[in-house]
Design a protein around this ligand. Structure first.
Ligand SMILES: [Mg+2]
Ligand SMILES: [Zn+2]
Length: 221
C-alpha cells in the first residue's frame, strides 16, 4: 500500500490570481501577494500543491479549454520559476445553465468531484489536507470531500458573515501564519539533503519530488 500524501488545495481566482472575473488572458493574470511564499512553505513541509478551479467561462463560451490550458502552462512556469511544483490543476468547464452539458455536474464546486479525483490520482490523505478558497463554495466542496482544514480568504468587512470554514483569513500571509501554527509546517528533524542542499548547485523541487509533468485535467461529469 502506498503512502498517502497531504495536499494543499488552492482555488485559483481570488487565491492564486486576483479575481477580475473570468480571467483567461495573460494581461489579466496578476498573482496575489504571498502566494509563492505560501506554496514554498507547504512544499517544504511535504504537501503536494493542487489547484481546483471552476471555469464556467468555458461553458459560457467566453474562452476555450485550449485558452485555459495555455494560461495554466504559463502559470505553472511562473510557479516553477519560484521553485514551486504544482502537482495538478483540476478545472470544471461546466455551468448548470450553459453549454452542451448544461446539467448538474459533480465537479463544479461546491460539489467535491475535483478533490475526490485528486485523491485517486495522487493518493492523498484528504483528512490531513488543507484547502484555501475565497468563496463558501470552495469550503463546502472541501468539507464534502473530507478535507478537514479550510481557510476562507475574505475582506474584513464581510468577516461577520457566517462560514463553515475552519479559519477566516484576511490575506494569504495571514492564512500562512494561521496554518503554520496549526499544521506543523516545519519539517521535523534534520532537513532532507535533497531539498536543503548547500553544495552549491540548485536542486529543483520538481526533481526533489521525483514527479513528472503536472496533471492538467478537466473533471468528467
Ligand atoms: Mg475563487
Ligand atoms: Zn463540472
Amino acid at each position: 500500500m502506498c503512502e498517502l500524501k497531504r495536499a494543499l488545495f488552492l482555488d485559483r481566482d481570488g487565491v492564486i490570481n486576483k479575481d477580475f472575473g473570468h480571467v483567461h488572458q495573460l494581461r489579466d493574470f496578476e498573482f496575489v501577494d504571498g502566494i509563492f511564499s505560501l506554496c514554498q512553505s507547504f512544499q517544504a513541509a511535504g504537501y503536494l500543491i493542487v489547484v481546483v478551479t471552476n471555469q464556467a467561462g468555458i461553458a459560457r463560451g467566453m474562452y476555450s479549454e485550449h485558452d485555459f490550458h495555455q494560461l495554466s502552462e504559463w502559470m505553472l512556469s511562473r510557479f516553477a520559476d519560484k521553485g514551486v511544483f504544482i502537482s495538478a490543476v483540476y478545472f470544471c468547464p461546466h455551468h448548470p445553465s450553459f453549454g452542451t452539458s448544461a446539467t448538474q455536474c459533480t465537479c463544479r464546486k461546491p460539489e467535491p468531484g475535483m478533490i475526490l479525483r485528486a485523491r485517486t490520482d495522487l493518493d492523498l490523505d484528504l483528512g490531513n489536507s488543507i484547502l484555501i478558497g475565497d468563496h463558501e463554495s470552495d469550503v463546502r466542496a472541501a468539507h464534502a470531500a473530507g478535507v478537514e482544514t479550510t481557510v476562507l480568504l475574505r475582506a474584513p468587512m464581510t468577516a461577520q458573515v457566517p462560514s463553515e470554514a475552519t479559519y477566516i483569513a484576511r490575506d494569504l500571509d495571514h492564512a500562512n501564519s494561521i496554518l503554520e501554527h496549526t499544521c506543523s509546517l516545519h519539517v521535523a528533524g534534520s532537513p532532507s539533503p535533497d531539498i536543503d542542499s548547500s553544495q552549491g548547485h540548485d536542486e529543483s523541487p520538481v526533481s526533489a519530488f521525483g514527479n513528472g509533468s503536472p496533471i492538467l485535467r478537466a473533471c468528467s461529469l
